[in-house]
Ligand binder design. Structure first.
Ligand SMILES: Cc1cc2nc3c(=O)[nH]c(=O)nc-3n(C[C@H](O)[C@H](O)[C@H](O)COP(=O)(O)OP(=O)(O)OC[C@H]3O[C@@H](n4cnc5c(N)ncnc54)[C@H](O)[C@@H]3O)c2cc1C
Length: 366
């Protein structure tokens, strides 16, 4: 039985583990966090990704957890409503379509449960990779060394496997000039499946109720012409950055800033893309944000990771020889069109037509 080590138990990793297990592989996942990571905002499943969920047998669970947003409004500095609609939201696009919006942590829990055939090791990370013609020797941070037939980096925008196998992030990252934080707060605005957005210049908030309405998710972001260096593990420093850029905003800023300092699920990152000529080298390949992050502006990061996992497993399952090349070949156009969504309309959303075209620009059948 061929063995595969997957780095990262976000979205792509567990979906890949599900399919590889079904294709007869022995799969191990290593996740740096001590447990499945909470937090994050609503993410979307569109087009081909909905079909992947259906084929995995998890679509009903996903639909049961959909956010069911009713609409959104925009407010000015003083909290006066300047726009209101029940047709679309900024996070999900049109509300009457087949797309599925779900909180990231709900989707993480569903895909983690679907990866049941794989062994998941939490709280560890790969420290070295050495490959030869027959396999990959992997050394782990917590000690220990194991040999696998293949290694897949599904470890996100700041991929560790990419750094070890291809070189430093700066060679592949393309910054889109925005930084975004996401965190939970008590629902002091009494939102019921509703979003409110407030923007002044290139900084602002998006706030919406999480399922059940007990809490809201706050999305506080700001623009920066030059990339900002920050420590990806230093949450305090990241909160200080958000405060520095958002505390002069109006509306509910004092309460939203207070909630940020109290939040234990704070997430912060640059809106950035990853562009690489190849996602694979020898027996190592990359999946999802690690290889072809489209950024949260594309609204398609989750769909790309799910579809990439399906196609990669399908190709490995069909014939191991040349599988990574065929995976790249089948995914390239799909990835390009989805990455282009993030930059089609700077400061706004891509057209519905482009989103639809990008979401379905791949065949799931060989
Ligand atoms: C906590 C969190 C919140 C997010 N919130 C949003 C959001 O609100 N909106 C949005 O559009 N996108 C968000 N994202 C990104 C979004 O989930 C991805 O764009 C998309 O789901 C693609 O999935 P992925 O599996 O490629 O990467 P991710 O979902 O980012 O998963 C990567 C996984 O790899 C793990 N990892 C990182 N480094 C290592 C390492 N050295 N060793 C082992 N494991 C490692 C991470 O902990 C994570 O579990 C978030 C990601 C995270 C981790």
């Amino acid at each position: 039985m061929s063995s595969v080590l997957v780095s990262g138990a976000g979205i792509g990793g567990p979906v890949l583990a599900h399919w590889l297990t079904r294709h007869g592989f022995d799969v191990t996942i290593v996740e740096r966090a001590a447990a499945p990571r909470r937090g994050g905002q609503a993410v979307d499943l569109r087009g081909a990704a909905v079909t992947v969920a259906e084929r995995m047998g998890i679509l009903e669970q996903v639909l049961a957890k959909r956010t069911q947003m009713l609409g959104m409004s925009m407010v000015d500095r003083d909290g006066n409503e300047t726009m209101r609609t029940t047709e679309h939201t900024i996070s999900a696009g049109r509300l009457d379509g087949d797309d599925v919006e779900i909180m990231r942590e709900d989707l993480v829990a569903i895909v983690a449960a679907a990866a049941g055939g794989a062994q998941t090791i939490y709280g560890d990370s790969i420290s070295a990779l050495e490959q030869d013609a027959d396999g990959v020797d992997v050394t782990f941070e917590r000690g220990g060394r194991r040999r696998f037939d293949y290694v897949v980096g599904a470890d996100g925008l700041h991929s560790n496997v990419r750094a070890l196998a291809f070189g430093e992030e700066s060679r592949f990252v393309r910054h889109l000039g925005m930084y975004v934080s996401i965190y939970s707060a008590p629902n002091f605005l009494d939102l019921d499946r509703w979003q409110i957005w407030h923007r002044e210049g290139d900084a602002g908030y998006g706030v919406y109720s999480a399922p059940g309405n007990a809490t809201i998710r706050v999305n506080a972001g700001f623009g920066a012409e030059q990339p900002i260096a920050f420590d990806h593990r230093d949450v305090e420093a990241q909160k200080r950055l958000v405060e520095e850029h958002c505390s002069a905003l109006g509306w509910e800023t004092p309460r939203l800033m207070k909630a940020m300092w109290e939040a234990d699920d704070f997430y912060f990152d640059a809106a950035a893309q990853i562009h690489m000529d190849h996602w694979s080298t020898g027996r190592v390949t990359l999946l999802g944000d690690a290889g072809y992050c489209a950024s949260l502006f594309s609204g398609q990061g989750t769909s790309l990771a799910m579809v990439g996992a399906y196609v990669l497993a399908q190709e490995l399952g069909a014939d191991r020889r040349g599988a990574f090349d065929r995976y790249e070949e089948r995914m390239r156009t799909f990835v390009r069109l989805n990455q282009e969504l993030a930059t089609e309309n700077p400061g706004g959303a891509a057209s519905e037509e482009s989103v639809r075209r990008a979401a379905t620009a791949i065949s799931l059948d060989r």
